[in-house]
Design a protein around this ligand. Structure first.
Ligand SMILES: [Ca+2]
Ligand SMILES: [Ca+2]
Length: 237
């Protein structure tokens, strides 16, 4: 009969909890310095490719159409994005850079906002977090790019870099699962203050109440149950 020592047991539980924590939020972060598009693909009719460690979008069109890059993301309760951009054109009112989100299945526009709209050459950073806008949508399509609404060619361009998209799934109590209790994480218990500062995987009995990280949604118990099942399987095997 195979038995685990308490130390092995504790390690096993930590491993299971760590695995669960990774599943709660997934991050997709790219600096494009290797010259590849990292899964982002062209959207619209402008050309989009990497150059100098960033994504460059350029071309000409009309009809107020959107051009840039796209990527699909699945299965989340909240979606956070941040990126650096630059935008330019040769007219005083045709420079723009937009963050647009569609339902990938239906094409419905769920959200859109200009990071910049005006003229000249600009650069900046944009970030946002969507929750209600993506509720009930299984796969969202993010598009970063520009609107070309002019038949003339105003040499509109965008560059995009350091794009980070984080998708998080809430537990059954509506808490964002964050087992490492890193209160600096943007997804960590938004709007609900600071919790048990020394929370770790095995202190579920510690004071902190039902809103403490270790007891949020009871997931630590799931870890113990899984550990128990693995133990039982080894014992019977
Ligand atoms: Ca870069
Ligand atoms: Ca045009």
């Amino acid at each position: 009969m195979l038995r685990f020592s308490p130390i092995v047991m504790a390690s096993l539980v930590s491993l299971l909890l760590a695995g669960t924590a990774r599943a709660a939020c997934t991050s997709d972060a790219h600096d494009f310095n290797d010259g590849t598009m990292q899964g982002w693909t062209s959207y619209g009719s402008y050309s989009a490719g990497t150059s100098g460690g960033e994504v460059r979008v350029s071309g000409d069109s009309n009809g107020c159409t959107l051009h840039g890059i796209q990527k699909d993301f699945s299965g989340g309760d909240s979606l956070s994005i941040s990126y650096d951009y630059s935008a330019s054109s040769t007219h005083s009112s045709t420079t723009n850079q937009a963050f647009v989100v569609f339902d990938a299945s239906t094409g419905t526009n769920l959200f859109g906002e200009y990071a910049y709209s005006g003229g000249g050459s600009v650069s900046g950073s944009y970030s946002n977090t969507l929750t209600s806008e993506i509720a009930g949508v299984s796969t969202v399509r993010i598009v970063l790019g520009l609107y070309d609404c002019w038949s003339a060619n105003w040499s509109q361009t965008n560059t995009l870099d350091n794009i980070t998209v984080e998708v998080c799934t809430e537990d059954e109590d509506g808490w964002i699962v964050d087992y490492d209790c890193d209160d600096t994480d943007p997804q960590s218990f938004p709007g609900n203050g600071v919790f048990d500062a020394n929370c770790d995987a095995l202190d579920s009995g510690e004071a902190g109440g039902s809103k403490g990280c270790a007891t949020s949604g009871g997931q630590p118990m799931i870890g113990w149950l899984l550990a128990g099942l693995l133990l039982a399987r080894h014992r019977s095997g």
